[in-house]
Design a protein around this ligand. Structure first.
Ligand code: ADP
Ligand code: MG
Length: 231
């Protein structure tokens, strides 16, 4: 698996109201990479994540997964591609309230008409400490537990990469810390790459690969000084 973003740009609006949310971002992601992206509100973090994960098409530039530009796919191909190869974790959890934790976790696999790997799901639940909670509905879970269910759901289809947008944004610092410790095991144990968007410097610094965005321009944090990643 190799993800390459080549000069990815996103421009919203027209004329005077035009906003360059992302300006020619270049980036490469390989298996097991753990990357973080920080930046002020409105700097383009979510836009980057949406473009990299096939949720929103770029105004210009290319996004290659194993050499294939995913924005050349039909909508149907692209949604199947996302279900199989990309996991998402959101600040608001986005669990379906009428489904149990287990059903939420299995949903992406079932939507793909695949037979779930029950042993793998059980192992995930064990690892995430939610085995005893699998028959509960989301409203019966704490925030930290909901997010751990969401992490299991993100990993259930054994994706190439998990994108997490402010995964600890709705959690207190203790359960946020626990959630991050669990989330960052994914690249270590399964080889799934992980990109986390966060406001929290402590979380960002857990990642070996650190990026920041200012006014739509992506920088690589090389320890001391930020350097533009444009080629
Ligand atoms: P962040 O996630 O860093 O807070 P976003 O990527 O959401 O920032 O937004 C970057 C910029 O693009 C902001 O100026 C925002 O207002 C603008 N923007 C984001 N989405 C849209 C949209 N759908 N339509 C118009 N402008 C948008
Ligand atoms: Mg955002």
């Amino acid at each position: 698996m190799r993800i390459e973003a080549k000069e990815l740009s996103k421009i919203y609006g027209e004329g005077e109201r035009q906003v360059t949310a992302l300006d020619r971002a270049c980036l490469e992601i390989l298996p097991g990479d753990f990357l973080s992206v920080t930046g002020p509100s409105g700097s383009g973090k979510s836009t980057l994540l949406h473009l990299l994960s096939g949720l929103e098409s770029p105004t210009s530039g290319e996004l290659l997964y194993d050499g294939r530009n995913i924005y050349d796919m039909t909508d149907r191909e692209l949604s199947a591609f996302r279900r199989r190869r990309i996991g998402f974790v959101f600040q608001q959890f986005h669990l379906l309230p009428v489904l149990t934790a287990r059903e939420n976790i299995l949903l992406p696999v079932l939507l793909d008409k695949k037979k779930p790997d029950e042993a793998y799901i059980d192992r995930l639940a064990e690892l995430l400490g939610i085995r005893e909670r699998l028959s509960h509905l989301p409203h019966e879970l704490s925030g930290g537990q909901k997010q751990r269910v969401a992490i299991a759901r993100a990993l259930a289809a054994k994706p190439d990469i998990v994108f997490a947008d402010e995964p600890t944004g709705n959690l207190d610092s203790r359960s946020g810390g626990e959630v991050m410790e669990l989330l960052k095991r994914a690249p270590e144990e399964t080889g799934t790459a992980l990109m986390v968007i966060t406001h929290d410097d402590r979380i960002a610094s857990m990642a070996p690969g650190r990026f920041s965005i200012v006014d739509g321009i992506l920088h690589r944090e090389d320890g001391t000084e930020a350097e533009e990643v444009r080629r």
